[in-house]
Write a protein that binds this ligand. Sequence first.
Ligand code: 5GP
Ligand code: ZN
Length: 124
Amino acid sequence: MPDCIFCKIVAKQIPASIVYEDDDVLAFKDIHPAAPVHLLLIPKVHIATLSQATASQVDVLGKLLALAPKLAAEHGCAVTIDEAGVPHGGFKTLINSGPDGGQEVYHLHLHVYGGPKPWRGLAS
Ligand code: 5GP
Ligand code: ZN
């Protein structure tokens, strides 16, 4: 996808602050962070939106979901549950899909927001 900015990040044609990479997925810091921690997790393969993902791509979708809490924890946003069963910490995940879903970049991406109450003040 020559005009896709996230494909260009995957191809290292434009720079990004990469925090994780394997054969299937890439994660990097959002260029305009909306929270103290704001990461974008993407499949390396170009999938325009969640609606364009096919049954054969469920593995990479699962990898994105499984990676979110790991990277959140690495950035200080783990969810922990104490001995009394009280949860602490946390992060927010978001996938915008299509124009009505507020999507601006048409390469599927999972936002991970972290920090104190990261959903406060988020526009999307
Ligand atoms: P969307 O609205 O499509 O869910 O979110 C797109 C996100 O991509 C926005 O939060 C925006 O700041 C981020 N973004 C757009 N272009 C770039 C870029 O070139 N580099 C990085 N790191 N993030 C980008
Ligand atoms: Zn792409």
